[in-house]
Design a protein around this ligand. Structure first.
Ligand SMILES: [Zn+2]
Length: 297
């Protein structure tokens, strides 16, 4: 499936001779597409939106034929969250229990940490086109996803990072604004810079509100890098898109084998398969199954 682009964007910026790296994205349309496709309740929308945004930010650093998967598995009611990211800004993902909604926190925010759970793991798999994909993981810190990703990047990849992810949901459940920011200090960076970057990042706290105010990804990068000599290196579109297709699903169906196909034909008169990543439904009628059986013969 592919949905129309929603005007979402990412930028990659550097400062201090490349020793500071910044990725920023607006993902409002992407997260709204995910909400509609999976029918997520507000707390689940916020959690899935943060995971999709994080995957988009991390994937921008990959090379053309590489891909990345971010997984969060906590002990809260949402169950697992999974998002795939590609370097061209395409993301897709799902949450195990999309209907989860918890009461708002005392500060009025959606209780993502409570829904994800505070115990569990975060893992990132990078498929770099080598024989084995590389997976790193860390324990969850708060289930808020931004903090968990910060801990992961430090513990598993030894990169000091500042992560901010946010999704603002309208009273009717639709997505009002979503976005994220990732700032990283690369080897050779002056540790003193971390304090200045943190101070700058404070003006971007509540990042979904800043997106709602109209702040662009370039504007986010500019603000967090205030006082540093910085430049934008690359930018592109972010969108929710899944690589599934009727042909691919038909291949999976055929792989079930004669016995199972015959059972489906006789008992159900057809088959309906739903893509876990994007919620797209593929229907195969009795004639489709007969055709597959003939091909199998
Ligand atoms: Zn799909």
């Amino acid at each position: 499936m592919t949905d129309a682009a929603g005007g979402d964007q990412w930028v990659r910026a550097v400062a201090a001779d490349g020793q500071i790296r910044v990725l920023a994205a607006r993902t409002t349309g992407t997260v709204e597409t995910a909400r509609r496709r999976h029918g997520t309740a507000p707390t689940a929308t916020a959690a899935l939106g943060r995971v999709l945004t994080a995957a988009a930010l991390l994937a921008v650093l990959l090379k053309d034929d590489q891909k990345l998967t971010l997984r969060i598995l906590g002990d809260g009611p949402l169950g697992g969250l999974v998002a795939d990211g590609l370097p061209d800004g395409r993301v897709r993902g799902y949450v195990q229990h999309p209907d989860v909604h918890l009461p708002l926190r005392p500060d009025g925010k959606l209780d993502v940490g409570g829904a994800v759970g505070r115990r569990g793991t975060i893992s990132v798999t990078r498929d770099l086109g080598l024989r084995e994909p590389y997976t790193g993981s860390a324990l969850l810190v708060s289930g808020e996803i931004g903090e968990d990703l910060t801990a992961y990047l430090w513990q598993s990849e030894q990169t000091p990072s500042l992560v901010s992810l946010g999704v603002l949901v309208n009273p009717d459940g639709s997505v009002r604004a979503a976005g994220g920011l990732l700032v990283q200090l690369l080897p050779g960076a002056d540790p003193e810079w971390a304090r200045r970057l943190e101070a700058n990042a404070r003006s971007l706290a509540g990042i979904s509100r800043r997106v709602d105010d109209g702040l662009s990804p370039a504007g986010m990068a500019e603000r967090v890098l205030e006082g540093f000599d910085s430049r934008i290196l690359a930018e592109g579109e972010v969108r929710f898109a899944c690589g599934c297709s009727r042909a691919r699903v038909e291949g999976l169906l055929a792989a079930l084998g004669r016995e199972e196909l015959t059972r489906m034909l006789e008992e159900d008169g057809g088959a309906e398969l739903t893509c876990r990543f994007c919620g797209e439904r593929y229907n195969f009628g009795a004639d489709d199954l007969r055709r597959l059986l003939l091909r199998e013969a």
